[in-house]
Design a protein around this ligand. Structure first.
Ligand code: LLP
Length: 415
């Protein structure tokens, strides 16, 4: 949340204008206070349930400093790649609080995760299950697994981020799950310990989560009848956040109360994999105006951040609130905020109401903490923006801006 003082926007007592001056733009900015607050909200909301493990979904924002903050306040992690595992090893995250998700884990990912001693793999296919069993046998280990089921639930969100529908590539069909668990249970080097589902992201209704949980609980009971005792329920991530001022996502408490109601008698550990709802609104992208132009009836502000810095508006037509960091009185009109990239889709905001602004004026793009910097690219050979955190009343650089020489580092000029 930003505050306004003397017509300037502040994040945790630090002026956004000053940050732009000190670090240059574009730059990503995070509030440690918000990260901690969001995490504690989850923790408190679920405190009535005996065993809950929050596994922050690393893919949402994977800077090692952010990971370290979550580690220090007791978070576990949900990962999907060798790279994310390396990040966690680097910060010495507790392996017994790591779950490995993702639709296709490579042999190396499985080996290194077994070696590090992660809590379990969320298995997405029979092929993958057999592969995990084979690798675990080679390493003389037993792999704890949970089966990610596809419950065929419509999470009522953007189709690109719906993952629990029949048509999606994720998980194992719920009707097949019993058979797959029975198969897994007979394997020498695999130990089924959990049930998992992740139905999508930016979800605003609690009922799809509960419908999915009901299906998992029915499966849990069937498994119990067959002598397969599951001790972990991983219900994935997906809770939505506010992007529009008018958005009213469910609170973590509302979500927790409904989930606890279902889980309280099961005596299982609940695992949550939140990403966006922990970091989304803790992050901002600052950008400066380079040029103004009018084409026919459209007024454009061309800024120094582009779709390579924040892809969500181009990729999902996602809305991010944009405003000026130094408030100006007077008439406001509508502008399209576009970046310098050579693509028509390089749009950060459409019809944004802003006052008359000039070159070098700074804009802040809200809700950029989740799937912001992590989805940035070097398209147009542009350096990725630096990342800064506000912590203890001061700002700290947590990722340098790419150097142009780094962008060519792996290229080989054949002369
Ligand atoms: N667990 C699994 C298995 C996931 O695939 C995801 C996100 C999460 C947890 C975390 O979900 P969250 O709490 O953040 O909703 N790039 C898209 C979002 C993709 C989400 C991918 N999976 C966007 O910018 O909206």
């Amino acid at each position: 949340m930003l505050d306004i003082k003397d017509n300037k926007l502040y994040l945790d007592e630090i002026s956004l204008y000053d940050i732009a001056q000190s670090y240059g733009t574009p730059c990503y900015l995070y509030s440690k206070n918000s990260l901690v607050k969001e995490f504690n909200e989850y923790k408190n909301a679920f405190s009535n349930l005996n065993h809950t493990l929050i596994c922050y979904s690393v893919k949402a924002c994977s800077n090692i400093n952010i990971l370290k903050i979550f580690k220090d306040i007791g978070s576990g992690f949900d990962i999907v790649s060798l790279g994310e595992l390396e990040r966690l090893k680097y910060i010495k995250a507790d392996p017994s609080k790591i779950v490995f998700s993702g639709v296709a884990k490579s042999d190396k990912e499985i080996e290194d995760s077994l070696d590090y001693g992660i809590l379990f793999f969320n298995v997405e296919s029979i092929d993958e299950l057999e592969n995990i069993n084979r690798i675990a046998a080679d390493l003389n280990k037993t792999a704890n697994i949970s089966i990610r089921v596809n419950p065929d639930i419509d999470p009522k969100t953007h189709p690109y981020i719906s993952t629990g529908l029949k048509s999606s590539k994720f998980g194992i069909e719920i009707n097949q799950a019993l058979e797959v668990y029975t198969y897994a249970n007979q394997m020498e080097n695999v130990n089924p310990v959990g049930i998992d589902a992740h139905i999508g992201s930016q979800i605003f209704e609690i009922s799809p989560f509960i419908d999915s949980l009901d299906k998992l609980i029915a499966l849990y009971k069937n498994l119990k009848d067959k002598g397969i005792n599951i001790t972990y329920f991983d219900i994935g991530g997906g809770l939505g956040i506010k992007y529009f001022d008018s958005d009213e996502p469910p609170s973590k408490k509302e979500f927790a109360d409904r989930v606890i109601d279902k889980m309280k008698d099961l005596n299982c550990t609940l695992i949550l994999e939140p990403g966006r709802s922990l970091v989304g609104n803790a992050g901002y992208l600052l950008t400066s105006i380079l040029y103004k132009k009018k084409n026919y009836d459209k007024d454009f502000l061309i800024v120094d951040a582009g779709m390579n810095d924040l892809l969500r508006p181009s990729l999902y037509n996602a809305y991010h609130k944009i405003e000026e960091v130094v408030k100006v009185n007077g008439d406001r009109s509508k502008y399209d905020i576009v970046g310098p990239i050579c693509e028509t889709g390089d749009i950060l905001g459409k019809d944004v109401e802003l006052p008359k602004l000039s070159k070098n004026d700074v804009l802040v793009i809200h809700s950029a903490g989740a799937y912001g910097h992590v989805m940035a690219s070097n398209y147009n050979t542009r350096p990725k923006a630096p990342e800064i955190i506000i912590d203890d009343g001061g700002s700290k650089l947590i990722r340098k801006k790419d150097m142009l020489s780094q962008l060519m580092e792996n290229e080989l000029l054949n002369e």
